[in-house]
Design a protein around this ligand. Structure first.
Ligand SMILES: Nc1nc2c(ncn2[C@@H]2O[C@H](COP(=O)(O)OP(=O)(O)OP(=O)(O)O)[C@@H](O)[C@H]2O)c(=O)[nH]1
Length: 328
């Protein structure tokens, strides 16, 4: 029998929301503003490569990647085990944050956490991409995933408000209320929301969220059947100009793409860059603060099953390699 002093329940926060809505951006904001608190982070990417673990800033030592599928439909046991390991670890964490994959149901994850008396579920944040959500709700293959995510929320964070008009924000508000009822809602840019600022929302909204969760027909919802992924590990440096052109005009069917790649400058020197494509916007940003390990290079794309243009992605990648790169 353990002679360790029982700890008080570990505060747990879940971040959900559709692909590219800004979950990792919010998590990084929290890690940068943790105020001395030590947070354990569990991330789950739907893609074959868990890029999120690599895109999280600074806290790599306390980041656990849940791989091999969507955390809510395929790897619930992995999540439970990871939580048990955290609770039993020598490290005293001040809280744990689970970043769900963009296709998963945060309500399901919250239920796993809620079943453990050693954890205290503080809040389920669900992010909505203000620039894409209305269009996504018109796609019959996406609307169910979006609605389930919203119904699980204690706090809906309408993010990317820099990209939309007031009219779009009002239309979004109407849609959110029609799906999730009187849920608390914040409008933000770059997901700049405090982690504990919404504690009160849990009690206010819990009835609605839990009511919705009772009707959760998870057996009918296997995200692996709705979405699929493409991934590659480019071993050589890519041409950043060609990469930017490619990101501006990705073939139809790519809902989300992200990655870490080595890029070759005009003189052949190689630098690391983060690649992002979400909501029809692609960016390539040089990494100045940290240098990943060479095996961390990877690109992941996600789309609806049967709609991801795999041959086009394979073919494009071949043309992105930079012959001038000086490999280190
Ligand atoms: N313009 C704009 N871009 C944003 C904002 N928030 C995040 N982004 C960008 O949107 C892209 C996706 O952001 P992430 O935080 O990686 O999104 P995510 O929800 O974690 O993505 P997945 O985990 O793949 O589902 C990145 O390129 C971000 O820099 C915002 O408020 N405005």
């Amino acid at each position: 029998m353990s002679d360790r002093i029982p700890r008080s329940p570990l505060p747990l926060t879940v971040i959900g929301g559709f692909l590219g809505a800004g979950k990792t951006t919010m998590l990084n904001h929290w890690l940068r503003n943790a105020g001395g608190q030590r947070l354990a982070v569990l991330v789950n990417d739907f893609g074959a490569l868990n890029m999120d673990a690599e895109l999280i800033e600074g806290g790599a030592g306390d980041t656990i990647a849940l791989t091999n599928g969507c955390v809510c439909c395929q790897i619930g046991d992995d999540l439970s085990l990871a939580l048990i390991r955290l609770l039993e670890s020598e490290t005293e964490f001040d809280g744990v944050v689970i970043e769900a994959s963009g296709v998963s149901d945060p309500g399901r994850i919250a239920a796993i956490a809620r079943a453990d008396t050693c954890l205290h579920l503080e809040c389920v944040f669900v992010l909505v991409d203000a620039s894409m959500a209305l269009e996504q709700t018109r796609d019959p293959l996406l609307v169910d995933t979006l609605a389930r995510q919203l119904r699980a929320a204690d706090l809906v964070v309408v993010n990317k408000c820099d990209l939309v008009t007031g009219e779009t924000r009002r239309a979004l508000q109407r849609w959110i209320e029609s799906v999730a009822g009187p849920v608390s809602r914040l409008e933000t840019t770059r997901a700049a929301v405090p982690r504990l600022g919404s504690l009160a929302t849990r009690t206010a909204h819990a009835g609605w969220a839990h009511g919705a969760f009772k009707g959760h027909g998870h057996a009918t919802e296997d995200h692996g059947k709705v979405f699929e992924t493409w991934a590659c590990r480019p071993r050589e440096a890519l041409d950043p100009s060609a990469l930017r052109v490619w990101l501006r005009d990705l073939p139809a069917g790519v809902l989300r793409m992200k990655g870490l790649v080595r890029c070759a400058g005009p003189d052949g020197d190689v630098e690391w860059a983060e690649l992002q494509f979400a909501g029809r916007r692609g960016t390539l940003r040089l990494l100045l603060s940290h240098v990943p390990r060479s095996e961390e290079a990877g690109i992941v794309a996600i789309g609806l099953r049967g709609q991801l243009p795999r041959p086009a992605l394979d073919a494009a990648l071949e043309k992105l390699f930079c012959p001038k790169a000086r490999q280190s």
